[in-house]
Design a protein around this ligand. Sequence first.
Ligand code: 13P
Length: 249
Amino acid sequence: MRRSLVVGNWKMNGSRDKTRALLGEILAGLGQLANVDVGVCPPYVHLPDASELLKGSSVLLGSQNVADQDEGAFTGEISAPMLLELGCALAIVGHSERRMVYGESSALVAARYAKAIQHGLVPILCIGETLEERESDRTFEVIGEQLDAVLNSSGVASLTKAVIAYEPVWAIGTGKTASTEQAQEVHAWIRAKIAKLDASVAEKIQILYGGSVKGDNAAALFSMPDIDGGLIGGASLDANSFLKICHSA
Ligand code: 13P
């Protein structure tokens, strides 16, 4: 049986004080979870504080992106070795806000993914279609292309060291969650696509759902057979909501 994973993507929110307060509340309320791993991805500048606070806890630390290079003249980028030094275990790559607001191509996302894998940082590869793409029946074409960029460069075996997050762009920050059936359909499609290349990798890969997951819809989403947890935006900034989601997994 696959373990569940719930990860908070804090995006560009908070402050040093808020990071300490939020993590304090999460650690106090989490308790022992039998089959669920929990992670948080604060902004880069708050990783050192978070790392210190999480020492000795089972909560995983993650970054919101990772460079496609190890070091050098790449202004504004943060490399996998730097993140590992701070205690990060996870790195989100290819979030739709990076793809759409900052123009990251699938090729660049694949290069970032490859660097994370090379250094032993677990990439959370985000894929998902826009509303326009869904309405023109291009959902599987779009997420297929996003997946292929990674499969063609890093190979299917790399997925044994990665996590996938299906995040329909139209559900992010909109309050419009995909229905459990809509999400399950895409998750099953992703797993079947991977199974065509390697059935055992497909069986093991954790596929998270992201997009307006809240305390009151998490349990239904997580009960679907191919949904192995969630990547949580807004609701991860409130300890009670995030804890409720973690306890639903
Ligand atoms: P929301 O949960 O705020 O919709 O954000 C989802 C997301 O983008 C997580 O990466």
